[in-house]
Write a protein of this length. Sequence first.
Lengths: 810, 114
Amino acid sequence: MKQKLVMIGNGMAGVNTIEQLIKLNPNKYEITIFGAEPYPNYNRILLSSVLAGDVGMKDITINDWDWYENNQIRLLTGQRVIEIDTKKQTVKSNLGAIVHYDEMIIATGSSPFMLPVPGAEREGVIAFRDIKDCETMIQTSKKYKNAVVIGGGLLGLEAARGLLNLNMNVKVVHLHDYLMERQLDEVAGKMLRSELEAQGMEFLMKKQTEQIIGKSRVSAIRFTDGHTVETDLVVMAVGIKPNVELAKEAGIAVNRGIVVDDDMRTNVPNISAVGECAEHRGIAYGLVAPLWEQGAVLSKRLAGIETAPYEGSILSTKLKISGVDVFSVGDFNEKPGTKTIRVHDEWRGIYKKFMLRENQIVGAVLYGDTSDSSKILQLVKLGSQMTEQLHAQLTGVGASPTGSSLDLVKAMNDEEIICGCNGVSKGVICSAIQNNGLTTVGQIKDCTTASRSCGGCKPLVQQLLELTNGDTGSDLVIKEGICGCTDKTRDEIVEAIRTMHLTTIKETIHVLGWKSEGGCPKCRPALNYFLSMVHPEDYEDHRDSRVANERRHANIQKDGTFSVVPRMYGGVTTPQDLRKIADVAEQFNVPLVKVTGGQRLDLLGVKKEDLPKMWEALDMPSGYAYGKSLRTVKTCVGSTFCRFGTQDAMGMGIKMEKRFERLDTPAKVKMAVSGCPRNCAEATIKDFGVVAIDGGWELHVGGNGGLKVRITDVITRVKTEEEVLEWAGAFVQYYREHANWNERTSEWVGRVGLASIQEALATEEQRHVLNARLDVTLSKVKDPWKADLEKRDELEKRYESIKAQLVGEL
Amino acid sequence: MNGSTSNAVGIEICAGPFDELPENIGRLLVYENHQIALFRLGDNKIRAIANQCPHKQGPLVDGLVSGDFVFCPLHDWKIHMGNGVVQAPDVGCVHSYPAVVKDGNVFVSLPESL
Ligand code: SRM
Ligand SMILES: Cc1cc2nc3c(=O)[nH]c(=O)nc-3n(C[C@H](O)[C@H](O)[C@H](O)COP(=O)(O)OP(=O)(O)OC[C@H]3O[C@@H](n4cnc5c(N)ncnc54)[C@H](O)[C@@H]3O)c2cc1C
Ligand code: SF4
Ligand code: FES
């Protein structure tokens, strides 16, 4: 039987915990949630944005009613729990509902602290905590003009900004002599004040409220210095107090908050607490980032999964007011034993301060430029040491920042929270990027909600994007199954194909127990390749397991049209060929003709049904610009014309392109031949590069000029053109037989090491054996355009659309 | 439909012989301004969905077919060809149309509201 789990409080911390719990262990508990507010769980943080008019009230729901229903959670909204009986293990609500629990979570959050001054109960005196407060402010602004916000902290300033947007005159009263003193130092606090004044806020600093004046509704506010200010609305934002009374009355240990240990347990068996109502190691937090971390630990424990304890959180702050960039983290105030690095550029309005303790970065304040905030948060979390390079990056003096920030996100583990506002972890973001082919921060936001609220994590999300997409299909594939359909690795699959003599994709999927019978766009093309690589002689290519580009022998474009790139061996062409291309471009109204980065011409924007007709008219071989195959062999003019050239680079390049064209490879392969070490063909960033030297050739492997630029390694030097071809063939075949699917030679050489490849290619005999196996494969290849044209009766089926006939009405 | 006076709920169109469809590779069916991706699945089943991915209008007809699903050729969204529902973690839906084979010909029904 399911255990009964009762949660008190339907807020951000609690529901997040439940959400994680049911992901981990959906069937363990029968769940009941009590929520005093009459709504499903919403994003409290975004109340500021609602007030500022950036989003509507309905946009801030995190879990809608359906979510509760679909997960079979009983949600009792508008019911406040008024009693916990720890003996009988029951809770009781103000409407009389009594529910038994086996496990209970208290997630009652906190309440705004209201100043106990005379008049505080008058109409028009409110806090800023929930939807109701937001509605009150919006209503008030329609009838009244003047507002006073008491408290110049995060919440107060966001409320003030919202009221300005509602066209009220806003004065902010603050006890301290600069704003946000708990999150900023004096310099940043004062910079913030002048910016907000420029936005239209007025400040009354160092003032203490004495009384709120008015008949039934507030009309003015008086301070201890005798000064009074007229107002129609008072918003108190002076602090929060954890909601602990209920727990206290039930005999649960409380201090400022409900006391919990590192497992989020209270002192009473089967009762845990999480969120703002909880106090952990003496701290009751008031921001969401710690709540996600607490929820992660609690949900795992309740799901029965082993977890590391919660050991507290490092806090960072960001103000959600547009036009104002402030950020702080950790310990940012000067203390004995700390060192300070300060950059203050008054002209640009930028201020940065970093605190070091024994060279460890322990805190920071940023004003004006917060683009490094997520990086700094990580540095502080990881307890990083200051280095010359970091110093240069952080203070903006010299050095490019990219490299090491990627290292930083790389070092984070998958559970670490990237988006503090919405509790989205690194792992969730990375798998969203991989599984959905996301390419922009905007897409990640839509898919995972990361960066949807304050936007502070955008730089980090951007870095994850670079990290994940930069690694396309490389180390990721090594450790795990080749895709979500299987746990089998590349090597296990290839081994099985060899030893068990698997001959078709269907058979392989079946025998190796794929989770999804049909496979997916990751494994199907991979299997098609592995099968043909292992059985070059009799495997029949499975066309519908190839991706769209390879199936249509053309690159699909964003609008569904295609591009046509004919071969231009070694980048060398003739007037006749150029004329032919020009004619075809005109005949088919090709929207754009472009010289590619691979030294040939691209006809772009071609309709699918025109493809075969164009191929026929061109009567040239396919350039395979779409394939995991040899793309181009770039050349320079070489000794044919160049005064420095030592060898015939064009001739060599053309021979190579003719030898290796049409070959299937694990990922695309690019080659180049330069006529001398000036290297005009950029051979040192190619998969196989050839650079002429006096009396011979230097052979390069494993270069890449794309996402992750990698300079080649020199594999050997040879004398003749035949030897170049022999080495190139052996290298390519060895790569074909050993690399992961979708792994460029640059990744592969980097992974297995140059030495292991040199060893495999060391003797002439080894190279001959590899070339012999390559020849078997090459003997079967065929120009795909010609092959398609030969099957006339299939052409229409494959490339043309059907014009439907109307049959009748239904 | 234009000029329709009856209280029909939709129309039926014919996509020609079943044999003209390649197996597990989509084929575009055009009727007036409707673009429909037709798929002939392994066991002589036929599926018809709107040829527009809800993500960025990718041409689903060029997608890779896996069982009852098609993967959009542009960014790999996974879509159920029977009901048009986009599979998690992505969300959305494309129109799916009833399609049958009668006497060797393929027929697709288009609802009136389109
Ligand atoms: C047409 C061309 C751009 C141009 O107009 O010049 C091009 C176009 C595309 N490249 Fe490229 N690349 C082109 C030269 C290059 C080069 C330069 C070169 O080859 O000398 C590079 C860097 C060199 C390298 O790869 O080492 C290059 C690195 C990439 C990458 C990154 C590959 C990597 O491993 O880092 C991708 C993405 C991928 O393959 O996953 C890519 C992917 C693409 C795709 C196929 C995007 C896609 O997946 O749909 C583009 C197709 C556009 C379209 O709609 O048709 N393209 N691409 C070039 C075709 C060359 C050719 O004649 O075949
Ligand atoms: C305007 C605003 C802006 C904010 N901006 C940020 C920000 O930018 N960044 C940030 O990190 N944090 C921000 N916060 C703080 C953040 O919203 C809170 O830390 C977070 O919501 C706390 O979550 P919780 O679940 O602990 O409490 P809550 O979200 O308050 O949930 C507790 C719920 O329990 C209910 N409840 C209480 N007692 C009972 C009972 N006896 N029976 C039934 N239900 C009960 C309450 O009604 C409430 O709905 C902001 C807060 C506000 C108000
Ligand atoms: S760099 Fe390559 S992949 Fe990127 S937009 Fe240009 S052609 Fe497309
Ligand atoms: S357009 Fe279909 S997945 Fe992007």
